[in-house]
Design a protein around this ligand. Structure first.
Ligand code: ZN
Length: 57
């Protein structure tokens, strides 16, 4: 029973080279804090930390 309107798009940006490698969405009602993810960066060619950047509005 998911409510509409609470989903926001995010870009995940490499903390090292600032490449915007991934996009995703999450429910900001349940996840208000900024998250960091370890993901593989194609530019760095290794796993780096990725910060989320809010899209839109
Ligand atoms: Zn990178």
């Amino acid at each position: 029973m998911a409510k509409k309107g609470n989903r926001n798009l995010f870009i995940f940006q490499c903390a090292v080279c600032k490449a915007k490698n991934f996009t995703g969405s999450k429910n900001t009602v349940n996840n208000k804090e900024k998250l960091m993810f370890k993901k593989f960066c194609k530019s760095c060619r290794k796993t780096t930390e990725h910060n989320e950047i809010k899209l839109g509005k």
